[in-house]
Design a protein around this ligand. Structure first.
Ligand code: BES
Ligand code: MN
Length: 465
């Protein structure tokens, strides 16, 4: 038996234990956006460090001003100058689980279940985003090390704990540890497959920047009868601002918003058309029928290659049971902008703030309380040699060609790997569109986990040749 086959057999034989180790991590509610869970984030990081140490990695928890990073290195005894050194990235933090009452089983008590369609899935917050995903390369490394005593490559694992809150500590961390973290390429397991049987390599991610606005009218909440009329209602102002963000063709109206957004190259357009993507099916799965983005752009283009302005939440006044005749003092909204091409997060924020200021009547004031930051979009050249070798390994596992695709989501680090460490990223993930990441009843298919592990076993083998 070749090494590769022996390692694959070992991974399959140990699969129930792989699942147990993943469940142990999912039980830790490592929600990075909520300070009440800081200790849980630390526990998750320590659990991963201990596990990687047990495999022979030099693993450490590294403090940051926010949640800690896990950094681990493995150098095979037989490594030479020509042995490739690869970085593997994932995140142990998760999104909040609310609304809790919509979960069929508690979010942090993972379960394995055979659903009525005959497919085996695991349910729990973080099963797909991203604990189940980054554990695919931890388990692949375990299978290599327990079977052959070593890895076929030099590996550095970087598992961060702030991805879901925009990775604020990341840029300073990468800058401060440039020599230690610079590898030949970065492998990221935090994206989707094309479908449950077809692997994919993602080469485009959108950037992201967020903002929160508060509009204040009267200095206190007022009786809406005694003051309604003369007193300006900040919720009316806020809804005007929000309504002004898009025109009737779905384009964003912020001045300069599309600076740096290029038209899709003809060849890319053609390749995407050949994917035979069903817009109707994509929308139907979430209870919709009509694409609502920019007119004249396909759904794939809208998600993979066009920027957006979205309102994520809006609140103010009285929202409890019954009525209350109040004229509120304050109105709030949270917004995010998804970015593509060369759009600059800071410029977008400034342009948005200027536009809002111009829409605020004299008697009201507006405050912006976003944390700034943000990340630009990532586009990875498809002729990168690491992509070709990963595609070969994926085809060996899945018996189908990997689809080169875009994604509408954001993984801030990919752009910083390139800009700060000079590394291209290869994004290979095993998530599916219906995994319900960030939603109630998040799940990961057992086949994603098992064949994800097998895929990394093969990719490591291919890269080590
Ligand atoms: N893993 C997701 C992004 C993703 C999902 C990419 C599926 C491709 C396919 C990631 O963890 C995520 O949700 N990121 C946030 C980033 C933000 C909070 C800075 C996002 O995209 O909203
Ligand atoms: Mn993720």
């Amino acid at each position: 038996m070749t090494d590769l086959n022996a390692v694959l057999t070992n991974a399959d034989g140990d699969f129930d234990n792989s699942l147990g180790r993943l469940f142990q991590l999912v039980r830790i509610p490592s929600i990075s956006t909520d300070p009440a869970h800081n200790a849980d984030c630390e526990t998750a990081a320590r659990t991963i460090v201990a596990d990687l140490k047990s495999l022979g990695f030099e693993a450490e928890l590294r403090e940051t001003p926010g949640r800690p990073m896990v950094v681990a290195h493995y150098t095979p005894k037989t490594a030479t100058k020509s042995t490739p050194h690869l970085l593997f990235y994932g995140h142990y933090d998760v999104q909040p689980a609310d609304p809790l009452d919509l979960w069929n089983t508690p979010p942090f008590e993972p379960v394995r279940k055979k659903d009525p369609d005959g497919v085996e899935r695991m349910y729990g917050r973080g099963t797909a985003d991203d604990k189940g995903q980054f554990m695919t390369f931890v388990e692949a490394a375990r299978a290599w090390i327990t079977t052959t005593g070593s890895l076929p490559i030099k590996a550095t694992f970087l598992i961060e704990g702030e991805e879901e809150s925009g990775s604020p500590s990341l840029v300073p961390f990468l800058k401060a540890n440039k020599a230690e973290l610079s590898c030949d390429a970065a492998f990221v397991c935090d994206t989707n497959m094309w479908d449950a049987r077809t692997p994919a390599i993602t080469t485009r991610l959108r950037g992201l920047v967020h903002e929160e606005i508060t509009i204040t009218g009267p200095s206190i909440d007022l009786h809406s009868g005694l003051y309604g009329g003369p007193a300006m209602n900040p919720i009316r102002v806020l809804t005007k601002v929000i309504a002004a963000l898009h025109d009737k063709n779905g384009k964003v109206t912020i001045p300069g918003f599309y600076d740096g957004v290029a038209d899709l190259p003809k060849a890319t357009m053609k390749q995407w058309q050949s994917l035979k993507f069903s817009e109707a099916k994509f929308l139907k799965e979430v209870g919709l029928k009509q694409p609502a983005g920019e007119k004249g752009k396909s759904v794939l283009e809208q998600v993979w290659a066009r920027p957006t302005a979205e309102v994520n939440g809006i609140w103010g006044g009285y929202t409890g049971a019954g009525t209350k005749t109040v004229l509120p003092s304050k109105a709030h909204a949270k917004l995010t902008f998804r970015l593509v091409g060369k759009q600059n997060p800071q410029k977008i924020l400034k342009a948005f703030q200027n536009m809002v200021k111009g829409l605020i009547p004299k008697d009201c004031k507006v405050e912006f309380s976003g944390r700034g930051g943000g990340s630009p979009a990532t586009e990875i050249p498809e002729d990168n040699p690491w992509i070709a070798r990963s595609a070969k390994a994926l085809k060996d596992e899945w018996r189908r060609d990997a689809v080169l695709m875009g994604s509408g989501g954001s993984i801030p680090i990919c752009r910083f790997f390139k800009d700060i460490l000079g590394m291209d990223s290869v994004l290979v993930g095993f998530g599916l569109n219906d995994d319900a990441i960030h939603s109630p009843n998040e799940k990961y298919n057992l086949s994603s986990y098992q064949r994800g592990i097998r895929s990394w076993v093969r990719i490591m083998d291919e890269l080590g040749k």
